[in-house]
Design a protein around this ligand. Structure first.
Ligand SMILES: NC(=O)c1ccc[n+]([C@@H]2O[C@H](COP(=O)([O-])OP(=O)(O)OC[C@H]3O[C@@H](n4cnc5c(N)ncnc54)[C@H](OP(=O)(O)O)[C@@H]3O)[C@@H](O)[C@H]2O)c1
Length: 434
């Protein structure tokens, strides 16, 4: 048994990298030098990240960017180019992808894998759209593909479950997968300003996606959710089929009402599966105070896995550039130091048939001059309230479990009767009295 990448890594100097003595230099081709790529390049040079202890020194040998003239640290890579041929002409032992988006990332990652070069990526869009195909290419060429940083980069758990198919047997997941939207909702809950101000803060801190509408609409979390559905549910589903609600549907008053009832409104991504049918939703949801995710605030991420062996919960930091870079570099370390190439597992996966919104309890916001028999009006639509309370100009209610169709019919009826606002988000609560 031989080492793989390290055996191929030549013991020659790379510009700007002091030769590490007995450990080999791992020459890295870096796709993208934006928030994540730059953080990765800086961390790779950081002498305190003692990779020599595990037998190698990472060295970024070349970086591919869109605009090479853009001002950035010239010491980040000896070659910074927008020329793909020049990039691929550089001898590298491993490619790290931090471009974002599906194209040209798919073309470039496939090209590296087809040459037998291992790839480590932070790109959830790429893995959600083409994870299976890329795994097959990697397997065919006897090389590795790692994407721990693509979903909850600050909480490394994907690889663990990938290696443990029995532990990964699960019937569903409930998660906070997008730090930006959790940060915004938490800021609204704290009464600390506007939606736009909280989003600007998240962007300044490098948490937001290059296009923040992906965070706010839930599309970013939907991509990550499909990665989890594939891993835990063995089902393939396109992100566009996951029903979404934007976090902009809730405001600070809703957050205060949720807090007054001991809970919180969080940006949840949920999925449960049976055979090939999936019930899934991404959007703001009320979470009762006893739920583990009720207390996952700010930019943090968390996941509750309904595993066959019992419920498991992982909570940790959201994925800023530095955290993501560290997870990428850990994946690099794992790939270059493993004694045998761990080609991506290609588990038997099936295509999902139906994808529908799950039934749940609901947290309702009813505005305007409501009839005194509002609970009866809701009841006439089969919606039973476990809690109903006026707060200023609004009434808030928590209901028993109901189908989305039934709740929307009831809210339409309230709007028709009052001419006022009536809206609801799913509620994850213990339904003792329903
Ligand atoms: N930001 C985070 O905290 C975070 C966390 C987890 C995962 N991620 C993932 O990490 C990836 C990168 O995110 P980011 O925030 O670093 O994005 P970013 O700041 O926009 O950086 C993208 C980089 O890719 C380069 N690039 C884009 N299109 C290109 C093209 N067609 N050809 C060549 N180069 C191209 C850009 O070049 P220029 O510099 O010349 O424009 C830039 O250097 C994404 O997949 C994202 O989902 C990000």
């Amino acid at each position: 048994v031989t080492t793989t990448v390290l055996d191929r890594a030549v013991r020659v100097p790379v510009a700007g990298v002091e030769h590490p003595g007995p450990s080999a230099i791992c020459r890295i081709g870096l796709l993208g030098l934006g928030n994540v790529g730059s953080a990765f390049a800086r961390l790779a040079r950081d002498p305190s990240a003692s990779f020599a202890a595990v037998g190698f020194t990472p060295a970024v040998a070349a970086a591919l960017v869109r605009s090479p003239a853009k001002p950035r640290g010239s010491d980040l890579a000896p070659l910074i180019t927008d020329d793909r041929e020049a990039f691929f002409a550089e001898p590298v032992d491993l490619v790290v992808e931090a471009l974002g988006g599906v194209d040209p990332a798919f073309t470039l990652v496939s090209r590296a894998l087809a040459r037998g070069i291992p790839v480590v990526t932070a790109n959830k869009s790429l893995i959600a759209a083409h994870g299976d195909e890329l795994s097959r290419i990697a397997r065919r060429h006897g090389t590795a593909l790692r994407y721990e940083a693509a979903c909850m980069a600050g909480v490394p758990f994907l690889g663990t479950f990938e290696r443990r198919p029995l532990a990964a047997r699960a019937s569903g997941v409930t998660a906070i997968l997008n730090g930006t939207s959790n940060y915004i909702l938490s800021a609204l809950a704290a009464g600390g300003g506007s939606f736009a101000g909280a989003l600007a803060d998240a962007q300044r801190l490098g948490y937001a996606e290059p296009d923040p509408s992906m965070d706010i609409s839930g599309a970013d979390a939907a991509e990550k959710l499909t990665i989890l559905i594939r891993l835990f549910g063995r089902l393939v589903v396109e992100p566009a089929r996951i029903p979404l609600d934007a976090i902009a549907e809730v405001d600070g008053e809703d957050m205060s009402a949720a807090a007054a009832w001991g809970g919180a409104i969080r940006p949840l991504a949920r999925a449960a599966w049976r055979d090939t049918a999936i019930r899934a939703h991404v959007g703001p949801a009320f979470v009762g105070g006893t739920h583990a995710l009720a207390h996952v605030a700010g930019v943090s991420n968390g996941i509750v896995i309904d595993a066959e062996r019992g419920t498991q919960c992982y909570i940790g930091p959201g994925a800023g550039p530095e955290v993501t870079a560290a997870t990428l570099l850990d994946d690099v370390a794992e790939v270059v130091t493993e004694r045998r190439v761990r080609t991506p597992a290609c588990p038997v996966v099936e295509a999902a048939t139906a994808v529908t919104v799950p039934d749940s309890a609901w947290f309702l916001r009813l505005g305007g001059a409501l009839p005194s028999d509002i609970a009866d009006l809701l009841g006439s639509y089969g919606i039973w309230c476990t809690r109903l309370e006026r707060r200023g100009a609004r009434v808030y209610a928590l209901t028993c479990s109901a189908t989305p169709a039934r709740i929307h019919a009831a809210l339409d009826a309230v709007r028709a009767a009052t001419g006022a606002d009536a809206a609801g988000v799913p509620a994850i609560v213990e339904e003792a009295s329903c």
